[in-house]
Ligand binder design. Structure first.
Ligand code: NAP
Length: 305
């Protein structure tokens, strides 16, 4: 079968573009390696998505967005996209379980967690090194843990972990957080969050195959010390998930897709939506907006080609 649209990624941008595509009469398949929601599904509570004054679970909202897209006729294939051929007609999207053919493509593959790159990080990944507090925090209930980073993600992760862990060390390389003011203020009410500022991670230590401590250096004084922790949650930002495009679509220096106001990329018939594209504000609300626009552009493309 040749689909009108293949959407790569089923986060809020992908699910919204699929919803708008099928509702405008296009056949549409979403390809997603994990479950619905992407980053959103790992967010315990969204407090800034309009229409939910009490907040809403990112996971629950993701399930509802996916259900809505499927009920209007979008198909979901669970697979990782490993290769693409956008020069072919129809375009080819390759996965280990087979090729998908589509007249247009919406890339909504989101972002991936940035790595520290220090010794011990890869060795203990899944054994105390984590990139998602809501996924793994429960394994460290009542234990001492560290969160690395100073942005919104680190603040959200630290606040979540403060509710279940004994002590949360928030290790940041500067002396102030860049997280939103509302989150920074919230820390004042959390006795078990300890700030470790001006500090970089040298390595992550382990014993018996699991994390036992994080070794840090103070960038001002040069002092080195090890904080004994059972887990290290790395929250130092995200990088766009564009490796599978293998240079076939124009990217900026950070690897984000360059797309115009219509979500059109450098490749005719290929559109981008959500966090994967170069933009100023990466939020669920901007992702869903991108998704709707990308679907409209895909409709125009399919109508004229
Ligand atoms: P971010 O805002 O880019 O912050 C990354 C943090 O990690 C910065 O504090 C940075 O330090 C630090 N960092 C980067 N590389 C590092 C390294 N190699 N070693 C140590 N520290 C390092 O990333 P984010 O917090 O993941 O947020 C990403 C986007 O999602 C942002 O636009 C954010 O606003 C959004 N977001 C929003 C919410 C919300 O609205 N509630 C929640 C989560 C994320 P420096 O400060 O020194 O650069």
């Amino acid at each position: 079968m040749i689909y009108d649209v293949c959407v790569i990624g089923a986060g809020p941008a992908g699910m919204t573009s699929a919803l708008y595509a099928v509702r405008s009469g296009l056949s549409c398949v979403m390809v997603e390696k994990l479950g619905y929601g992407g980053q959103m599904a790992q967010t315990p509570e969204l407090q800034n998505y309009p229409g939910f004054p009490e907040g809403v679970s990112g996971f629950d909202l993701a399930q509802d967005m996916g259900k809505q897209a499927e009920e209007f006729g979008a198909k979901l294939i669970r697979a990782e996209v490993t290769n693409i051929d956008f020069s072919a007609s129809p375009k080819v999207i390759s996965t280990p379980s087979g090729d998908i053919k589509a007249r247009s493509v919406i890339v909504a593959s989101g972002v991936e967690s940035r790595k520290l790159g220090c010794p011990g990080e890869a060795e203990y990944a899944g054994h105390g090194v984590s990139y998602c507090a809501t996924c793994d925090g429960n394994f460290f209930r009542g234990k001492d843990v560290a969160v690395i980073g100073g942005g919104n993600s680190a603040a959200v992760e630290a606040q979540y972990l403060a509710g279940i862990c004994k002590t949360v060390y928030l290790v940041h390389r500067r002396d102030t957080l860049r997280a939103a003011e509302i989150d920074v203020k919230h820390f004042a009410s959390l006795d078990n969050v300890k700030f470790v500022f001006n500090s970089i991670v040298d390595r992550i230590e382990g014993a018996d195959g699991k994390v036992s401590g994080v070794c840090i250096s103070n960038v001002s004084t040069g002092e080195k010390r090890t904080i004994p922790v059972s887990a290290v949650f790395v929250a130092i930002g995200k990088t766009p998930a564009t490796e599978f495009l293998q240079g076939n679509v124009d990217l900026d220096s950070t690897g984000a897709i360059l797309a115009n106001d219509s979500m059109a990329t450098s490749v005719p018939g290929v559109f981008a939506a959500g966090d994967v594209r170069q933009k100023n504000l990466r939020q669920v609300v901007t992702a869903t907006s991108d998704g709707a626009i990308a679907a409209k552009s895909a409709l125009q493309w399919c109508t004229h080609h």
